[in-house]
Design a protein around this ligand. Structure first.
Ligand code: F6P
Length: 499
């Protein structure tokens, strides 16, 4: 069934980019779309009209419209856990009932933000946000991207179990005026609980009278936070149906609201909601996240690309690649279909990347001349950050565009070392400006693109059983009796490290 659905796409002969441009004077317009203050140009990806038509037919055969409707109406789109996906409701784009529940969470969160601002916790200057994976990456990215002109509180995001990470995160914070946001969907994650314990000790050592009174827990397991010692009045719950990597829109965004202010947080929700409406109601090639998925699948299925690289040509978006790594790889790094059968085709490529122009002087050698073909995504912002030198920004943007052109055009030479094969695919995502609305539109676009890829591949993007085995073994390795069951190499490492 799957094979038959895919057959027309699988059998498609991909043309060289230079031929595609030569054949179609309107190629740029044909393969560019605009959404939420962001333009998307896939003209340098090996898509053509016929192929897009085949992908549209594939989407139909795979029941894309019904699955998308299930996403927005609170249907079970995460069958292995029997759950809906609640992130859209956090933006008011879900079912009436789910929207109401999410709004109640936001209401409670706003009351706490207002209380902190009104001085209910005394003088507050810093926030130590403790969480890992989806409980850290989204807030970290948004605060870093939008807080360049300064934030209302000094927010530090602490995730790693490494004691050095703790030292770095609290360095310069005043324990007497710092609040701790303990963010964990499950409230069982060892890194987060260990770091919250360290933060409590840090507060106590500095003479803070009631360290637990400085902790706000954000979780989908409120009873676990209360059992841990956090007073229920300082627990901000969110729904179990909100996946960690999709959670910045929920109360997990508490530190964002503190850092940037409530109006900015609301704008984030609105920017994402605009993309929700577009994704829900646009069809086929007019649908931006769906078109992006067509481009993704063209290079992974037809060119055999195993990785994809994202370069932010904007220092403010430097955390975007790591955020996308979790979103894309934890969602779609699967080998079985939603029904548990083997997928039998490539699923998510390895997402990697960095910041331009730095990356040009590090990894672009391989992109231009290596044996691996890596589709590149350039993400840049047209409008400069206020008050910054235009010359820098102009150079930054022109460099991004020049790299895309060089990858595609290449250059012939009799000297092999100086020859560039060209025909290397890239896409360019250009934000008009970087503000809460456009940034959230970009992130919602990536979420829906991930969902669209999953539907076309037939996989469940909302579970993450792949990380469970590692977690289990990390617990077992603590126990001397269990250690005996480990392999000789691992036992030797434990012995060598004196553990
Ligand atoms: O280990 C992976 C993971 O489960 C992610 O999916 C999640 O975002 C992260 O751990 C943190 O989990 P929690 O929010 O429950 O602490």
């Amino acid at each position: 069934m799957d094979k038959a659905d895919w057959a027309p796409v699988d059998g498609h002969e991909v043309q060289r980019l230079s031929e595609l441009f030569a054949d179609d004077a309107a190629r740029v317009e044909r393969f560019s779309l605009m959404l939420g203050g962001i333009s998307f140009d896939w003209s340098k990806m090996p898509l053509d009209e016929a192929l897009v038509g085949k992908f549209e037919a594939l989407a139909e055969a795979r029941g894309f419209a019904a699955k998308r409707e299930a996403l927005f109406s609170g249907g079970v789109v995460n069958p292995s856990e029997g759950r809906s996906a609640g992130h859209v409701a956090e933006r008011g784009s879900g079912s009436a009932q789910d929207n109401e529940l999410a709004a109640a969470g936001h209401h409670r969160m706003r009351a706490l933000v207002d209380a902190i601002e009104a001085g209910a916790f005394g003088d507050v200057t810093g926030v130590l946000h403790i969480g890992i994976g989806g409980s850290a990456l989204g807030p970290d990215l948004v605060i870093d991207a939008l807080g360049h002109d300064g934030t209302r509180y000094d927010v530090r995001v602490l995730s790693n179990i490494d004691g050095q990470a703790f030292e770095d995160a609290v360095s310069g914070l005043d324990p007497a005026t710092t609040l701790v946001a303990a963010v964990s969907k499950t409230f069982t994650t060892i890194e987060t609980l260990t770091n919250v314990g360290a933060a409590l000790a840090w507060l106590a050592d500095a003479g803070v009278e009631d360290p637990f009174g400085r902790v706000i827990a954000i979780t989908a397991a409120p009873e676990a936070a209360v059992a841990f010692g956090v007073d229920s009045t300082r627990v901000l719950p969110f729904s179990q149906s909100v996946g960690g990597r999709y959670s910045l829109w929920s109360t997990v965004g508490f530190s964002i609201a503190l850092a940037l202010g409530w109006p900015a947080f609301e704008e984030l929700l609105e920017g994402a909601a605009e993309v929700d409406r577009h994704f829900r109601f646009s069809e086929g090639r007019a649908n931006v996240p769906l078109m992006a998925a067509f481009a993704d699948l063209t290079v992974s299925q037809l060119l055999g690309c195993e990785t994809r690289a994202v370069f932010a040509y904007d220092e403010r978006l430097r955390l975007l690649p790591s955020y996308l790594q979790q979103l894309e790889m934890e969602s779609n790094g699967k080998s079985v279909t939603a029904e548990g059968a083997p997928v039998n085709r490539r699923t998510a490529p390895v997402t990697w990347g960095g910041v331009g122009t730095d990356a040009q002087h590090a990894v672009f050698q391989l992109l231009h001349q290596g044996t691996a073909v890596v589709p590149v995504e350039f993400v840049a912002v047209i409008e400069n950050e206020d008050g910054q030198d235009e010359t820098h920004h102009r150079q930054l943007l022109l460099n991004a565009f020049a790299q895309g052109a060089a990858l595609m055009m290449g250059r012939d030479s009799d000297d092999g070392a100086r020859a560039y094969p060209g025909n290397r695919p890239s896409a360019t995502i250009l934000l008009d400006r970087l503000d809460p609305r456009t940034l959230s539109a970009l992130l919602a676009f990536y979420e829906h693109r991930t969902f669209a890829n999953a539907v076309l591949l037939g996989i469940n993007p909302f579970d993450q059983y792949g990380v469970e085995l590692g977690k289990e073994m990390a617990r077992a390795i603590e126990d001397p009796a269990e250690r005996e069951k480990f392999d000789p190499s691992t036992r030797a490492l434990i012995e060598r490290a004196g553990l």
